[in-house]
Design a protein around this ligand. Structure first.
Ligand SMILES: [Zn+2]
Length: 75
């Protein structure tokens, strides 16, 4: 998949990831977790904004985790 990105699966107790292409996502394509089948799909402008907000939050979470990992490796 070209330009594929991944986000952690939003389902509780699932450690899978959902691979998606942002462009295809914006066109309404549905992407499912390969582990549990939970899916993300945009249906209207409102949900587009929701997903963007979630993606920003996932990015911040990832940055936070990287900082924790670095801090742990220093000690
Ligand atoms: Zn899942």
């Amino acid at each position: 998949m070209k330009d594929a990105q991944s986000i952690p699966c939003p389902a509780p107790e699932c450690s899978g990831t959902i691979l998606f292409s942002p462009y295809e996502l914006l066109e309404g394509t549905r992407f499912a977790c390969t582990h549990c089948g939970a899916a993300i799909q945009l249906q209207d402008k409102e949900s587009t904004q929701l997903v963007e907000a979630s993606m920003n939050r996932f990015g911040q979470l990832k940055d936070g985790l990287d900082k924790v990992k670095k801090a742990n490796s220093l000690s």
